[in-house]
Write a protein that binds this ligand. Structure first.
Ligand SMILES: CSC[C@H]1O[C@H](OP(=O)(O)O)[C@H](O)[C@@H]1O
Length: 364
């Protein structure tokens, strides 16, 4: 079975051609729920409440949200309004703004009567482009895994640590950080993945572990704080993560906890790679720490945890005292100096302005 056959596309146009269907990821791995969304408010809720999540998928979902809006009202005012409504759902992933900007650029010159059909066409193109970008990232990351495997004894396992979910569930298919892992598995290279649970929303425990199992990739779930210890013991050969926004200087904004993994990797000479498609690069920002807005989510996500009870019901339990306030910054910024390389669809770039400009000479 090739990689694509082991996954699902995470978003697709419904039969009525006026709505989209998505996998509501909040219920995974316990339930596989598909939701149909046919209005902008529903798209906004799905992004804000993380029914769908992951920078590329957020962007594609927003693109379809614009198409749904154009079906309802193709006016300039409606085009601007849907841009505003969806842009404010989540502030950090640059793919959201990139997709909304691209849709408005594409639709503005068209007569209102032409916009709905054009919007669905462009949204589908962006979705298909994402799959192609991620497949290419997979090929470029596979080369790195092969290099690491070649330095080990024949047949010895390559141990990879990943944080959060930058898998096919975070994109339209293949994923970014997981794409090289899937292709390495397909190529018969023995890989094993340490999956950070990734508190507080547990994208690793709920989503990445589910993806790994579904693809037959050997993996071990670990608490977020175990990664440094495993690196000290020499149990990790490489770290590969995704990103929600990478700056023109190579600073990497990603799920909270990524920075700590990068520090531990640097301290233990473990290569730390970031996989990203070029729409995740924010060429307008240089200093990630100073300029990237970090989403602050509800403290309830820290204090309350979803899971499945012994009786098989999905429930939420409180892990802290009722009166204890909780802070919940959803992302952090890893300085470029801690990044070994940026695995893009064009190749592995050095995490620097010069490195990204060399990879994308038309930008930068
Ligand atoms: C390939 S982007 C994946 C990226 O998005 C995740 O954030 P969230 O689950 O809050 O949308 C996380 O930062 C992943 O690395």
């Amino acid at each position: 079975m090739n990689v694509g056959e082991r996954h699902y596309r995470t978003i697709w146009l419904s039969d009525d051609k006026r709505s989209v269907e998505i996998i509501d990821q909040r219920w995974l791995p316990h339930e596989f729920r598909i939701e149909r969304i046919g209005n902008v408010a529903g798209i906004a809720t799905a992004i804000r409440d993380m029914w769908v999540r992951g920078a590329p998928l957020i962007g594609v979902t927003a693109a379809y949200g614009v198409a749904i809006q154009m079906t309802e009202d193709p006016s300039d005012e409606a085009l601007d309004a849907v841009w505003e409504t969806l842009h404010r759902t989540r502030p950090t992933a640059i793919n959201l703004r990139w997709a909304l900007d691209e849709m408005r650029r594409y639709l503005k010159p068209l007569a209102p009567g032409e916009r709905a059909e054009a919007a669905y066409r462009r949204a589908a193109e962006i979705a298909d482009e994402d799959v192609g970008l991620n497949r290419a990232i997979g090929e470029n990351g596979l080369a790195i895994i092969k290099e690491i495997a070649a330095k080990k004894k024949p047949g010895e396992t390559v141990n990879i640590l990943t944080h959060c979910n930058a898998g096919w569930l975070a994109t339209v298919d293949y994923g970014t950080a997981t794409a090289p892992i899937y292709l390495a598995t397909e190529a018969g290279i023995p890989v094993h993945v340490y999956v950070d649970e990734t508190r507080p929303r547990n994208q690793g425990a709920q989503l990445t572990a589910w993806e790994m199992a579904g693809h037959g990739v050997p993996h071990t779930l670990i608490v977020d704080n175990a990664g440094g210890h495993l690196m000290q013991r020499g149990d990790i050969d490489m770290v590969i993560v995704g990103t929600d926004r990478t700056t023109a200087n190579g600073d990497v904004c990603n799920k909270i906890g990524t920075y700590l993994k990068a520090l531990a990797a640097a301290d233990n000479d473990v290569p730390f790679y970031v996989a990203l498609p070029s729409p995740t690069i924010d060429w307008t920002v240089a200093d990630g720490l100073a300029e990237i807005p970090i989403e602050e989510r509800s403290g309830d996500e820290v204090s309350l945890v979803w899971g499945r009870t012994a009786a098989g019901n999905i429930a939420q339990v409180r892990v802290s005292p009722d009166a204890t306030p909780a802070a919940n910054p959803a992302f952090d910024v890893t300085p470029a100096r801690l990044v070994t390389g940026l695995i893009t669809e064009r190749g592995v770039a050095k995490a620097s302005r010069a490195g990204l400009k060399a990879m994308f000479p038309e930008r930068g």
